[in-house]
Design a protein around this ligand. Structure first.
Ligand code: FES
Length: 106
């Protein structure tokens, strides 16, 4: 599904997230600025922190315990709509969503 990503510098880029890929995988493969994904997506680094828009926040399954645990370690401000991009998988529900990246990841 096609989503919008707002990079830390404020540029909005369109990104296709194939089904079965995570937003982190699609963003790092696509050269998006402001996301690292250092652990490769195993929910162990918190360098894929992102802010999810309101509609998607309501539609996503709630964060599991391991994601909530890693969200304790994000470097940028944690907000109610903070999620880890490696835990959000491509699906039709993502279409048109806007994901904003924090100013820093480490
Ligand atoms: Fe490491 Fe998401 S890529 S927690």
């Amino acid at each position: 599904a096609l989503i919008n990503i707002v990079e830390p510098a404020g540029h909005s880029v369109a990104l296709d997230v194939p089904d079965g890929w995570s937003i982190m995988q699609a963003a790092t493969a696509g050269g998006v600025d402001g996301i690292l994904g250092e652990c490769g997506g195993s929910c162990a680094c918190a360098t894929c922190h992102c802010y999810v828009d309101e509609r998607l926040m309501a539609e996503l399954p709630p964060a599991q315990d391991n994601e909530l645990g890693m969200l304790e370690h994000v470097v940028a401000e944690r907000r109610p709509n903070s999620r880890l991009a490696c835990q959000i998988k491509g699906s039709a529900a993502l279409a048109g969503a806007t994901i904003t990246l924090p100013e820093c990841q480490e």
